[in-house]
Design a protein around this ligand. Structure first.
Ligand code: PEP
Ligand code: MG
Length: 889
């Protein structure tokens, strides 16, 4: 194997081998763009090194050969005393990875060659500054010296000289600093800073290899699900200098606006500076457009190159460049990050420019981006007073009064106030407060902190880790930079999509994308509608190519109508238990507690017309489209009074000597029905089998409602779904009774209602015996919420708020399996159940109605295993449509 590729030998398709940076440097080189010569050491070399602790035997010679070629091309040798070739050593994995070593610049400088560099450049200061940077970067990233020691020494030098910026230090000062830095290295690393340039280079290469396995890098990979065995490439590139005077400089640029997608000149330039100065914000950059007046020749060349890159990559690119004494050099390019809105606009702009086709446009956007565009957001015309910025942990725009503890959050929200719960960090005790709040703000913790995980789970706006805000929960106040104090009750606004925190109320505007889906806004030509027009076109394309149908989880006509406007092709799950809440709860209580058949019949008779009305409305809203109605599922205790409250009431009454007969009876029943694990108890089909008449009442309501709609010339398409089935026998019993009722209703109505009966697959046993169950089911709908709960043994109501944070932090999974389907475990059960079910009944209809039905990654999985449809909450329907299209194209 070949372990080293010259930049002229690689190309952009070799990312596995050369990493992203190396592959793109090679691509630019081959395009004839001015890239400083260099070479890339492959990820294969890294893997061998990490596996055996030693670099591959051939590597040293290969590096030598490439270095010699580089030296010949540049006309000077690495570290040559009178005129040194200097190189940078940079890491570059297939996926860009924070937490890995990035760059060591100026390799090749030594006590001797620093003099040569000074002479060649005619600039002492420059040479000594480059040398001190090398010792600093090398000391920190290669030798593991605490970086602050160098920073402190630099600060001390500035203070001694009474100056504030680095550039005011002169050659003599920097020379002294070099001595100091070398001393730091010696004491801290226990060795001298290496004077041999090749040793410098080799050590830096090994350090890049080793950085693949730092704790931070490993954690990042676990969370992002990047395989651990990819390894990183190493780029060795000849140095060019942007800090050689006013005719030099460095900059970054985008080939088009990453916020709007508009073509134009976007970027920043810093004269007389090296790359890290731009990032460090040492001096103010100027807009890239100003380069035209500073150095017209380089500017024109850069514009030309940007056009070449866009046409070549057929996408927005970002680039880093350096100008050394009037000569432009390209240091990096990659396909650039962009906002969600820009992703849609750019995709359609590129189609219009003829650069990509519609299938490709669909791959350029994601459901997550669409979801982001569907949150309400702050009016960007509004005047704002930003007081801080944290991590955008859970999107949305929330406004409310600042409260600093959960108790106050609950109390205030009960009295109708909107509140933002502000904590240093949250823990499970804050749960009720988080529920009560409009949004959550913390000053500590990252994307996987408790606040972030729980808020995302609740769909609540959250900004976390806003470290510049000092939260003092004891004194109920928060201090922002500049001494601004926010007391309890002061209004704050938080933006969960940007992480920004504002003082006062920022007006919220509805999402134009939602307005469009709702039909309140049309895809016009006017500039404000540009985004909507782009979304419109991409959605139309997704709908054209997708195979999966998309249905809604909806229990009432209002939700059903909204879902339909959002593009739902039916209802995949109507949870009938939601129809038994409120006033009707008492009727159910009576049904459950009925002692005699007559009593039971009575309450069923009262429930029937209510249920029927519900269904008529639903069929009307979804006329012509399938509506899957699930028979009653939840645990019984949800319909009964709380056991503790009732016990207290009865005990008090007894002590007063006026215990009432009904309460006693109720208490007995509540005790009798109490379960330790209600989610594993009397739910779903079990309930239907135990309470006579319950399921048949529901089936009758469905059948009669369908008959009524038919009479009214409607087109009802009802499907009856039995929940929590574990064995075909359960289903057979329910089916038999249901068929009889349906036959009766059909006979009475004189029409064929064509009601399909199917089941949920939401228990491992159901999945494992899917072949048998399909004998009695015309369709399966995978209930991946319960299936995840039972396959993992995770209580779906508890774990996300308890130990999931720890699991996410340890990287056991990157995302909750309740959010994204666990392909290896739950997913493989789904897959085998699909196969077994279809083997029994080839025309078995297959869908999914757990939360995963609206999750982008899961939708792709469901497409792959061959489901017919996914069903999700109305708001997620556009996301599911888009992802189904992306999966199919
Ligand atoms: C499921 O379990 O995935 C499901 C859709 O049913 P529910 O969430 O109502 O239990
Ligand atoms: Mg379920």
């Amino acid at each position: 194997t070949k372990f080293v590729y010259d930049f002229t030998e690689g190309n952009r398709d070799l990312k596995d081998l050369l990493g992203g940076k190396g592959a793109n440097l090679a691509e630019m080189t081959n395009l004839g763009l001015p890239v400083p010569p260099g070479f890339t050491i492959t990820t294969e070399a890294c893997k061998t090194y990490l596996g055996s602790g030693e670099e591959p035997a051939a590597l040293r010679d290969e590096v030598s050969a490439h270095l010699e070629a580089l030296e010949a091309a540049m006309g000077k040798k690495l570290g040559q005393a009178d005129d040194p070739l200097l190189v940078s050593v940079r890491s570059g994995a297939k996926f860009s990875m924070p937490g890995m070593m990035d760059t060591v610049l100026n390799i090749g400088l030594s006590d001797k060659s620093v003099q040569g560099l000074a002479k060649q450049a005619g600039d002492d200061r420059f040479a000594w500054d480059s040398y001190r940077r090398l010792i600093q970067m090398f000391g920190k990233t290669v030798l593991g010296v605490d970086g602050e020691l160098f920073e402190d020494a630099l600060d001390a030098a500035k203070t001694a000289k009474k100056v504030t910026v680095d550039t005011e230090l002169e050659a003599a000062d920097l020379k002294k600093l070099v001595t100091k830095f070398k001393r730091i290295v010696k004491t801290e690393a226990g060795r001298d800073f290496p004077q041999d340039p090749r040793e410098q280079m080799d050590l830096a290469i090994h350090a890049v290899f080793d950085s693949w396995n730092t704790d931070r890098a490993k954690l990042y990979r676990r969370q992002e699900r990047i395989p651990h065995d990819l390894g990183t490439a190493v780029n060795v590139c000849s140095m060019v200098f942007g800090n050689l005077g006013p005719d030099s400089g460095t900059g970054v640029a985008f080939t088009r606006d990453p916020a709007s997608g508009h073509q134009g000149v976007y970027g920043d330039y810093l004269q007389n500076a090296q790359g890290e100065d731009v990032v460090a914000g040492i001096r103010n950059t100027v807009p890239l457009a100003e380069l035209e007046t500073i150095d017209k020749k380089s500017y024109d060349q850069l514009m030309q190159i940007m056009e070449t890159l866009e046409n070549h990559y057929k996408d927005l690119c970002d680039i880093e460049f350096t100008i050394e004494r009037g000569q432009l050099w390209m240091l990096q390019t990659r396909v650039g990050k962009r906002t969600a809105g820009a992703a849609f606009r750019i995709a359609t702009q590129l189609v219009d420019q003829g650069l990509i086709d519609e299938a490709e446009a669909l791959q350029r956007v994601t459901g997550a981006q669409l979801a982001q565009l569907m949150f309400p957001r702050f009016d960007d015309q509004a005047k704002v007073d930003q007081i801080g910025r944290g991590i955008a942990a859970s999107p949305g725009a929330a406004v409310g009064k600042a409260v600093f503890d959960s108790y106050t959050a609950i109390k205030w929200s009960r009295s109708g106030e909107k509140v933002i719960l502000i904590r240093r960090e949250t823990n499970p005790d804050d749960l009720d407060g988080m529920i009560a709040a409009e949004g959550i703000l913390t000053s500590r913790g990252g994307k996987t902190s408790h606040a972030a995980v729980v808020a995302r789970g609740m769909g609540k706006t959250c900004v976390c880790g806003a470290e510049e805000l000092e939260v003092d929960t004891k004194r109920r106040r928060m201090t922002a930079p500049g001494g601004v104090v926010i007391e309890e009750g002061d209004v704050v606004s938080i933006d969960g999509s940007t992480g920004k925190v504002y003082l006062g109320e920022v007006p919220v505007v509805p999402s134009p994308v939602v307005e469009y889906f709702e039909g309140r806004m049309h895809a016009g030509a006017d500039d404000a509608d540009e985004l909507v027009a782009a979304v419109h076109r991409i959605m139309a394309y997704a709908d054209r190519v997708r195979r999966l149908r998309v249905r809604a989880n909806a229990d009432n006509a209002e939700d059903a109508l909204r879902a339909r406007r959002f593009g739902a092709q039916g209802i995949g799950l109507c949870r009938t238990e939601h129809m038994f809440l409120g006033d009707r709860r008492e009727l159910v209580e009576r049904l459950i507690l009925a002692d005699t058949e007559a009593e039971r019949e009575d309450s069923l008779k009262e429930l029937l017309p209510l249920q029927k009305r519900d269904f008529v409305e639903l069929f009307e809203a979804m006329d012509g489209l399938p509506v899957t109605i699930r028979l009653l599922d939840p645990p019984l205790h949800e319909f009964l009074p709380d056991v503790t409250e009732l016990s207290v009431r009865v005990a008090l009454a007894e002590s007063r000597g006026d215990a009432n007969e009904n309460d006693l009876r109720l208490l007995q029943a509540v005790h009798r029905l109490h379960e330790q694990n209600p989610m594993l108890g009397l739910r779903g089909v079990r309930l239907g089998l135990v309470i006579p008449g319950l399921f048949t009442m529901q089936v009758r309501a469905i059948a009669e409602a369908a008959a009524e709609r038919k009479n009214a010339k409607g087109d009802p398409r009802a499907e009856i779904m039995i929940p929590l089935v574990g064995t075909v026998q359960e289903l057979e019993i329910v089916r038999e009774e249901a068929d009889q009722v349906i036959a009766e209703v059909q006979a009475a109505a004189g029409t064929n209602l064509r009601l399909a009966i199917g089941t949920m697959i939401e228990l491992p046993r159901a999945a494992l015996t899917a072949g048998q169950i399909a004998e009695a089911a015309e369709f399966f709908s995978f209930g991946t919420n319960d299936l995840t709960q039972t396959v993992w043994g995770f209580s779906r109501d508890d774990v996300e708020a308890s130990f999931f944070t720890a699991y996410l932090e340890k990287g056991i999974f990157g995302v909750s399996p309740f959010e994204t389907i666990d392909k290896d475990g739950v997913g493989s059960l789904v897959k085998s159940a699909v196969e077994a079910g279809r083997a029994t009944r080839p025309d078995l209809k297959l869908g999914v109605c757990g939360e995963h039905g609206g999750d982008p990654e899961s939708v792709h999985f469901f497409h792959e295993v061959g489901l017919d449809y996914v069903s999700c909450s109305p708001f997620r329907i556009p996301v599911a449509r888009l992802e189904a299209g992306r999966a199919a194209s």
